[in-house]
Ligand binder design. Structure first.
Ligand code: NAD
Length: 484
């Protein structure tokens, strides 16, 4: 065993899991172990849920201001540690150092935002049709919530679930994704150090079996899940069978639409960032491109040249723009997807071969690729590969462009590049997605506005902003009259 020692956090105590050894490796150099320790088991889930459930009443009764103060102290701890933890993140997940540090700072910002939000309104007052009466709508925490998070934003996504859950008075049992336990440990340490009472946050490591036990536990009052669509739907079904609220943010196959009047330089830079930052491992990454016929050849060439020039390598080295993908399994499935697309007639506009130093020879690298597709409805047009692969189609009309963007089962985000305000406004009504960027890349989120998808990209209420308060509380409508 080597790397940082992983321990779970249950009932305010750091303790070894009772399961098999869990190790996280550096995907750039897989023999390098970043962290390791025993994973959790179904028995650990039992312990954690009981600890959370016992802490529920006292935490719900803690004034929101005090709950928020703890989140803000945790925010300061995370912000101070961002250079170091951002590096850990890059070593564990594979995104670049700048992205790792940026994500850690984002987690600090989210903790601060919801720390402050705890103090804001706790309900609303309405007039009544009856004399002498007012109608008050107040909010209560759900109780104990289970949070299940994916590998690709190992600290920001957990922060945007944990911070509102705690701010609005819930206790938490959190199961992070298997490949990124170190950042989970760090975030839990920050909240512990910030003074969170025992049992309010519990961290259990493990894979699907542990997640399923958590969702199925009778003392869990709500579930927030982010991950793939297939797993999310099974989690939502299990939650529905128990009659508890479930929020599930799922996969994406996000399109950028470049219309004929667009600023092509701007569009190329943004599409490149959307497709290849974090090696394409963002739920909001741009993986489809629809380009107006008359500019398609020029735009495809521009994009391919820039993609071929991206620096791929060790993500912690200054100047590297793309690191590896998270695991050998992820790399193999992306490469298999590219091979299938080529068999179906996709032609690569990019021509680069990977040139890596010998110390990275075993790393899970994938060359950034732009493919032009012969037709829609193909594998690469519809399936999420979750890697640095962009599929392009051309459209003869704006109608056709929006129609192509709407194809397939997903509906998370889209980008439209145009200088025509009328077309931009049209796209708001016509694109079936949860997040629209006009003249910017498909990726991005802010803590004060809702985040989430349409169609197969999301189930239940959205995350962040006012949507988070809605999800993590249930309302009581109070008809209030004087006694006389
Ligand atoms: P995944 O679905 O494999 O795993 C997500 C989490 O679910 C992990 O913690 C995993 O251990 C757990 N899990 C697996 N089986 C389970 C089960 N049966 N019951 C309960 N929990 C279970 O996803 P991933 O590979 O970690 O992440 C990539 C996916 O997440 C992509 O599809 C991506 O688009 C999606 N994603 C979506 C958003 C969003 O906000 N819409 C954000 C980030 C990632």
């Amino acid at each position: 065993m080597s790397g940082v020692l992983l321990q779970q956090f249950i009932g305010g105590v750091w303790r070894d899991g009772r399961g098999d050894l869990l190790t996280s490796e550096n995907p750039a150099r897989p023999t390098e172990i970043v962290a390791s320790g025993p994973a959790g088991t179904v028995e650990d889930v039992e312990l954690a849920v009981r600890a959370a459930s016992e802490a529920t009443a006292a935490w719900a009764a803690t004034p929101p201001h005090e709950r928020g103060a703890i989140l803000k102290r945790a925010s300061a701890i995370v912000a101070d540690a961002a250079p170091e933890w951002g590096r850990d993140l890059a070593r564990e997940e594979g995104k670049t150092l700048a992205e790792g540090v940026g994500e850690t700072r984002r987690a600090a910002q989210i903790l601060e935002y919801f720390g402050n939000d705890a103090d804001r309104e706790a309900g609303s007052l309405f007039s009544s049709p009856r004399r002498g009466e007012r109608i008050l709508v107040t909010r209560r925490p759900l109780g104990t919530v289970a949070l299940i998070t994916p590998f690709n934003f190992p600290i920001a996504i957990p922060a945007w679930k944990i911070a509102p859950a705690l701010a609005y008075g819930n206790t938490v049992v959190w199961k992070p994704a298997g490949p990124v336990p170190l950042l989970a440990l760090r975030l839990a340490q920050a909240l512990d150090e910030a003074g969170l009472p025992a049992g309010v946050l519990n961290l259990v490591f493990g894979e699907g079996e542990v997640g399923a036990a958590l969702v199925g536990h009778p003392l869990v009052d709500g579930v927030s899940f982010t991950g793939s669509t297939a797993v999310g739907r099974s989690v939502a079904a299990a939650g529905a069978a128990r009659g508890i609220p479930v929020q599930a943010e799922l996969g994406g196959k996000n399109a950028a639409v470049v219309l004929a009047d667009a600023d092509l330089e701007l569009a190329a830079g943004q599409v490149l960032a959307g497709a290849f930052n974090s090696s394409g491992q963002k739920c909001t990454a741009t993986s489809r491109l629809v380009v107006a016929d008359e500019i398609a050849a020029d735009f495809g060439r521009l994009l391919a040249e820039r993609a071929d020039a991206l620096v791929v390598g060790d993500p912690v080295v200054e100047g590297v723009q793309l690191g590896p993908v998270v695991s050998g399994r992820a790399r193999d499935s992306i490469l298999a997807g590219m091979a299938q697309a080529e068999q179906e007639g996709a032609s690569a506009l990019t021509s680069r071969e990977l040139e890596l130093t010998s110390d990275l020879a075993d790393g899970y690298f994938v060359r950034p690729a732009v493919y032009e597709l012969p037709t829609d409805g193909s594998f690469l047009w519809e399936q999420e590969l979750f890697g640095p692969v962009l599929a392009m189609l051309t459209a003869k009309t704006v109608d056709e462009a929006f129609g192509l963007a709407n194809e397939g089962g997903f509906g998370l985000s889209a980008a439209v590049f145009t200088n025509d305000l009328g077309l931009a406004l049209d796209s708001i009504d016509r694109l079936q997605i949860g997040i629209l960027h006009v003249n910017s890349e498909t990726a991005g989120a802010d803590p004060h506005v809702p985040f989430g998808g349409a169609k197969g990209s999301g189930l239940g209420p959205k995350e962040q902003g006012g949507a988070a308060r809605e999800f993590y509380t249930s309302s009581t409508t109070v008809y209030l009259r004087g006694g006389a």
